[in-house]
Design a protein around this ligand. Structure first.
Ligand code: ADP
Ligand code: MG
Ligand code: MG
Length: 499
């Protein structure tokens, strides 16, 4: 299987030839070779630690767990031990994060590029069309966002055959798990320390994860730039949210380290109690809002009625700092990802040749559906492609024979519906054995992983206040699942072990 994934027996062999080293230089191991009794011990300690330290989510078996904190919690789905990951690719992902941040900012300023690139999509995708309408309105009134805050997560898979780190997507709205991912890294470091005699792994090879502090710092600095000491940070949330503790972690850091108050509001609540003052100040429930941090609003289901759309427009019109602004949101769509991958397009937004080639190295094959050559190939070899609509949150893509069927159907109907999708080269990461923990039970499985690196960007007019990579999220899922997010029950939160 994975080249960087040696068998456990080999590790022991190497240990014997490297006497004097506490840990191996390139220790890799097969978690499936750990005997069940030891797995049970490690799992028990992992479960206790998770419960004591807030590595938890709402339990779907408990009715109120998505509404009321402190009710019906269960440990987050996690990998028991960190996943091996090559250090060079890890560094590469960290290095490009600030460049992607800058790219998003530049793209967001080019209203025509966003509108034109999405113009065909607009005709067939009502959701994207609504977002574009808000964006158009802002262009019409010449709305300027002087203070711009981006909290992004760029996701990658490591293609096994080519050894290339390829970007899956760049999330500019609602990048999830900055809170819980830090805890997973901490837990894994602790477990490696505690069971070092059995596992022979070096805890220091699990990179420390500062995602939650990085995001909180960016939010706090944005709040400071807004310069109203009485204003709050508003987290836009879904009415029911089982991943609320991930969000609460950020709010806790904001409160404890920065003494900043956060409020949580759904789009419907914002519509009911929000208003704009003459100077553009956004008041929600009578409180001035400095920063709107979206952890909802990225999916059509977040807008069940016109009220929610009205709330989104209200916020966009206000002087509050939006994370993301409508332009940042659109810059993160799959269609824009595909447009940016076309020859010559990055050059429109970035000057530095080095930066451009670093980004381009991460681009997988991306095509629009008016590329007939690719359509033909995708119909013949659908397994080598993924078809993606303009959606977020997992579970929306098309794989395998469904790619073929969908392409044929679109061809037959001959309408413009093809503009809703892009085609992407399917990436095949190495399959690795792992132990996955869910509902207090451990499972051995064959898995593939996706690495996300968080990026925080804050700018006020010409001054870039923050442009950092901050922390990471590893997600590991059973290799037989095409997709399946953490919430959907296929993937688990993981950390990385640098090899
Ligand atoms: P979303 O915004 O819904 O998260 P993604 O583009 O991240 O959309 O796709 C969801 C999931 O589908 C990813 O987490 C990954 O598991 C899988 N996936 C997406 N693109 C590819 C690809 N090109 N090759 C292999 N798997 C992919
Ligand atoms: Mg996404
Ligand atoms: Mg994704």
């Amino acid at each position: 299987s994975a080249p960087f994934f040696l068998r456990c027996g080999r590790v022991v062999e190497q240990m014997e030839t490297q006497k004097g080293n506490d840990f191996l230089q390139k220790p890799s191991f097969d978690p499936h070779s750990i005997d069940q009794e030891l797995v049970q011990k490690i799992a028990y300690d992992a479960l206790v630690w998770s419960s004591l330290h807030g590595l938890v989510v709402g339990d779907r078996n408990s009715q109120r767990s998505g509404k009321v904190p402190g009710v019906g919690m269960v440990h987050a789905p996690i990998a028991l031990l960190p996943m091996s990951f090559p250090e060079s690719h890890w560094k590469q992902a960290c290095e490009v994060a600030p460049i992607f941040n800058e790219l998003v900012d530049r793209v967001s300023l080019d209203g025509n590029f966003l509108q034109e690139s999405l113009s065909r999509t607009k005709k067939v995708d009502t959701f994207t069309s609504r977002l574009l309408d808000i964006h158009s309105k802002m262009l019409e009134i010449n709305k300027k966002e002087d203070i711009r805050l981006g909290l992004h997560r760029s996701d990658y898979m490591l293609d096994e055959q080519t050894k290339l780190l390829l970007q899956i997507e760049l999330n500019t709205i609602s990048s999830s798990f900055p809170g819980l991912s830090c805890l997973v890294s901490e837990l894994h470091r602790l477990l490696l320390l505690q069971f070092r005699e059995h596992l022979l792994l070096d805890p220091e090879r699990v990179p420390r994860n500062n995602a939650v502090n990085g995001f909180a710092e960016a939010l706090a600095k944005a709040w400071t730039e807004y310069n109203n000491p009485r204003a709050v940070i508003m987290v836009v949330v879904q009415p029911e949210e089982r991943n609320m503790y991930d969000q609460h972690w950020l709010c806790a850091v904001l409160k404890e380290q920065y003494q900043i108050t956060t409020i949580r509001k759904s789009l419907a609540e914002i519509d009911a109690t929000g208003e704009l003052q003459a100077d553009g100040t956004l008041l929600v429930g009578g409180e001035a809002v400095a920063v709107v941090y979206f952890r909802a609003g990225y999916a059509p289901t977040d807008y069940p009625s016109e009220f929610e759309w009205r709330a989104r427009l209200l916020m966009e019109q206000s002087s509050a700092i939006k994370c993301p602004s409508i332009a940042y949101h659109l810059a993160g769509t799959k269609k824009i990802q595909q447009e940016l991958a076309k020859p010559g397009v990055l050059e429109r937004f970035l000057e530095n040749k080095d930066d451009i080639s670093k980004l381009r190295r991460c681009f997988a094959g991306l095509w629009s559906l008016n590329d007939l050559q690719i359509i033909k190939d995708a119909i013949e070899r659908p397994g080598l492609y993924v078809m993606k609509p303009q959606r977020e949150g997992g579970g929306n893509n098309i794989y395998g024979d469904d790619v073929k069927e969908t392409l044929l159907r679109l061809h037959v109907t001959g309408n413009q519906e093809d503009a809703a999708y892009i085609l992407m080269q399917r990436i095949f990461p190495a399959v690795s054995p792992a132990i996955l923990m869910r509902d207090g039970v451990s499972h051995r499985d064959q898995t593939i992983s996706e690495l996300g690196v968080y990026g925080a960007y804050l700018r006020n007019k010409t001054k870039v206040i923050m442009n950092d990579n901050c922390g990471y999220l590893m997600r590991t899922k059973v290799s037989s699942s095409n997709e399946g997010g953490v919430a959907a029950g296929f993937a688990v939160l993981d950390s990385i072990y640098l090899v």
